[in-house]
Design a protein around this ligand. Structure first.
Ligand code: GLU
Length: 428
């Protein structure tokens, strides 16, 4: 079998659902390739005076439902195929939560951790210069993604406004609060996932205190999720970051872990310095170190991948003990793993639903940017809850009606909404 790539993995799910929906000839084609792929090398001057070029991409998958929307990642592995897959997922995601956007994604093939802040700023500005004609509040509105943050969004907005001689707060979302950002945007991804989990747990009449949760990734989404879960009484038994993790059957305190991560740079920082750990203290607290791979297979009820893609695969899916998987990361589960999990009765709440809180509050930020309004934190939270739970219920209904997994049902809901818009436009 040919090795899969992020885009072929997206297509596997897509085709399964398109076949199920039995679409008329021709319309399938519209989902096969993005509408536009923009790519260029961007060149910056390094602090030492040398010049360096990086591959950069903006893939615009579909804009039938509204302006293209989706984050920009700075990552050494970001390539055309990955950005294409992520752009396609964004198109499905905005349709699942029913917000008036299409889907896009951007990427620069760079490891920003090896650059100075000034160099990162040059890349951010150069990116906007390069793709300027394809961006804008009514054209394509970027946002943060892996390794990009509100500060980078501020430079991008500033660059765009200088180039176009406009005032355009709605050209990008995920901006700092004091520069056109929205309250609740930083916590939105976790908050959306939390609302869905709570709804599911309530409906199944489960008791949070009796549910063991393992969380992979302690970045923006993972750390906030841990806090919400802890406050609601869930038993967080394992957390990790890129350097490794910790496990305790009695439960961990994410607030304490967060403090140590701030201080030492890793979630294991309370007990370990690099690979040297204070074994006596760990014994006393009944804590063990755990690798990222082992965390996925640990004894838990709910597994939350909140970091990388492609982590639940054919190799480990059969060993997963959790009964529920909530995908806060984009693309953490391969189609082969999906089949194994389904066979084993594991329910997967897919990325296009579980992490859609982020783009939902991006939509609120875009609306505020255009109207000049400033919504309170309570209004953002309340509206996010409504949008995300409506989406969850639509997916649940579709899954039941069509006898599908939640991922297939989410794709089905999203594709049908995209098709409606394309039909009205006369594209099909
Ligand atoms: N990068 C985020 C995602 O994958 C947010 C996109 C946005 O807010 O436009 O959903």
């Amino acid at each position: 079998m040919a090795t899969s790539t992020p885009y072929t993995r997206f297509q596997t799910t897509l085709h399964k659902v398109l076949t199920h929906l039995d679409l008329e000839d021709g319309s399938n084609e519209l989902f096969n390739e993005p509408q536009y792929i923009h790519k260029n090398d961007i060149t910056i001057t390094r602090d030492d005076g040398s010049t360096q070029a990086y591959h950069a991409f903006r893939v615009q998958f579909n804009n039938a439902r509204g302006p293209f929307k989706g984050g920009i990642r700075f990552h050494q592995d970001a390539d055309e195929d990955e950005v294409k897959a992520l752009a396609a997922l964004m198109a499905i995601k905005t349709a699942v939560v029913n917000i008036p956007f299409g889907g896009a994604k951007g990427g620069v093939q760079v490891n920003p951790k090896e650059l100075t802040k000034a160099e990162v700023q040059r890349i951010a500005r150069e990116y906007v210069k390069t793709f300027q004609d394809h961006l804008g509040p009514d054209i394509d509105c970027p946002a943060p993604d892996v390794n990009t943050n509100p500060g980078i969004m501020a430079w991008m907005r500033d660059e765009y406004e200088q180039l176009t001689h406009t005032y355009s707060p709605a050209m990008i979302t995920g901006k700092p609060l004091e520069f056109g950002g929205s309250l609740g945007r930083d916590t939105a991804t976790a908050r959306g996932g939390f609302f869905i989990l709570q709804e599911m747990v309530d409906r199944l009449a489960l008791e949070p205190r009796e549910l063991k949760v393992a969380l992979q990734g302690f970045g923006n989404a993972g750390a906030h999720m841990a806090k919400y879960l802890h406050e609601a009484g869930y038993n967080i038994v394992a957390v990790s970051d890129s350097q490794g993790g910790i496990y305790s059957p009695e439960g961990l305190d994410p607030v304490r872990i967060y403090k140590y991560k701030q201080k030492t740079g890793s979630v294991t920082g309370e007990y370990c310095e690099g690979s040297v750990c204070d074994i006596d203290r760990m014994k006393l607290d009944n804590v063990k170190t755990i690798s990222n791979e082992a965390l996925l297979e640990c004894d838990c009820d709910i597994l939350i991948p909140a970091a990388l893609d492609n982590v639940i695969t054919e190799e480990n899916a059969g060993k997963i003990q959790a009964k529920y998987v909530l995908e806060l990361a984009n693309g953490p589960t391969t189609p082969e793993a999906d089949d194994i999990l389904e066979k084993n009765g594991v329910r997967v709440i897919p990325d296009v639903l579980a992490n859609a809180g982020g783009v939902t509050v991006s939509y609120f930020e875009w609306s505020q940017g255009r109207s000049g309004e400033q919504w309170t934190a309570d209004i953002v939270d309340e509206r996010l809850k409504r949008v995300i739970l409506d989406a969850y219920k639509a997916v649940r209904r579709e899954a039941r009606r069509q006898d599908m997994t939640y991922r297939e049902a989410a794709f089905s809901v999203g594709i049908k909404r995209m098709m409606d818009a394309m039909r009205l436009r006369g594209w099909i």
